[in-house]
Design a protein around this ligand. Structure first.
Ligand code: 13P
Ligand code: SF4
Length: 335
């Protein structure tokens, strides 16, 4: 153990996780459950995690649900089975707790598309604008943000802002365009996109719909406008899941990361869920960042309590205000 901890800084830097040998005969599920109890740890998992991880989590949800849970948990350790910005958000909301995630390199193309120093300069051009940022940003970006939002509450957040108040919306241009259309607000949009949601092929989806004429086509608002305009329903991952549970259709074509289909199938075993096809032959509708987390890395991370998310005090102090404001507006809206 001492050797492993001595090597940890170099390993985390190089790989993003502790590269230790794990006995292949170990029952990882039983071991993880044991560690949860021993350490009073809670596992929070996003819907885009692999099914094994979703099944062992204490809470599975979308970005909003996960931040609400991170704010309210009484556990000593938050194990974040998701990507880096989500674990940072949890740390900002619960700074006194230890927050660990299985792979530090689990990033996000949206967060990467909006580096805080560049955004800071950009913002100077719009001194009278307030900044609404999708929660998919770095902790430092949150210090430059007035109100965060997620795909579940974005419409309510924008509508909570007085109509004459100009807004910069960052970093997702697709969600931004969707919000402009939905709320009628003319916002300055940052040009970032999710590498998973911008990959869907309208042509292949149209052909798929011809083969499944009764299927409902549902999409996440991170998808491009020409995909969204043909959708029967647009919503966050939780919104999409609820729609499939409530709608009487028995077939759904799902344009978001394919991980959510695990929960859809569990909730409605008699229904069929077809992942919307990407515009090439790879499995591009799987987020390569989310999928960096594995059950084995989850076990190692819980055993050694590494990698840990650590943030400077000033980032927590200045950044959490934008998340708190989002949670207040969401609570007022009953979300
Ligand atoms: P939601 O969790 O808000 O649905 O967002 C999806 C996503 O891409 C998270 O990274
Ligand atoms: Fe980021 Fe897209 Fe992956 Fe979500 S699915 S973590 S937005 S790259």
């Amino acid at each position: 153990m001492t050797d492993i901890l001595e090597l940890a800084p170099q390993q985390l830097d190089k790989f993003g996780f502790l590269d230790v040998d794990v006995d292949p005969t170990l029952d990882l599920v039983a071991e993880i459950n044991k560690l949860k109890k021993e350490k009073n740890a809670i596992i929070l998992a996003h819907y885009y995690q692999e099914p094994d991880i979703q099944d062992i989590a204490d809470y599975i949800g979308d970005s909003l649900g996960l931040s609400q849970e991170a704010a309210r948990t009484e556990a000593d350790i938050i194990v974040f089975a998701g990507v880096h910005f989500m674990a940072e958000t949890a740390k900002m909301l619960s700074p006194q707790k230890k927050v660990i995630l299985p792979d530090l390199k689990a990033g996000c193309s949206l967060a990467d598309a909006c580096p805080a120093p560049i955004f800071k300069e950009f913002k100077k051009k719009y001194p009278d604008h307030i900044v609404v940022s999708y929660v998919n940003t770095t902790a430092e970006m949150k210090t430059l943000t007035d109100i965060c939002c997620t795909s579940t509450n974005a419409v309510q957040i924008i509508e909570s802002i007085p109509k004459d108040q100009p807004i910069i919306f960052a970093p997702d241009i697709n969600l931004g365009r969707y919000l402009v259309k939905k709320t009628g607000r003319d916002m300055v949009l940052w040009n970032g996109a999710c590498m998973v949601h911008e990959i869907f092929s309208a042509e292949k989806i149209a052909k798929l719909r011809m083969r499944h004429p009764n299927a409902k086509f549902i999409a996440h608002p991170e998808c491009e406008p020409h995909i969204l305009e043909n959708a029967d329903y647009v919503g966050s991952t939780t919104g999409l899941l609820k729609y499939t549970m409530r709608n009487e259709a028995t077939e759904f074509i799902v344009a978001t990361e394919a991980g959510i289909i695990h929960q859809m199938e569990k909730a409605s075993p008699h229904k069929t869920f077809i992942p919307a096809p990407p515009n090439n032959t790879c499995a591009c509708n799987e987020c390569p960042h989310m999928k960096l987390n594995t059950l084995e890395k989850l076990y190692v991370c819980m055993k050694y309590e590494l990698p840990e998310v650590i943030l400077p005090d000033w980032v927590i102090r200045d950044g959490v205000k934008s998340i708190d404001r989002m949670l207040e507006i969401s609570a007022q809206a009953g979300l």
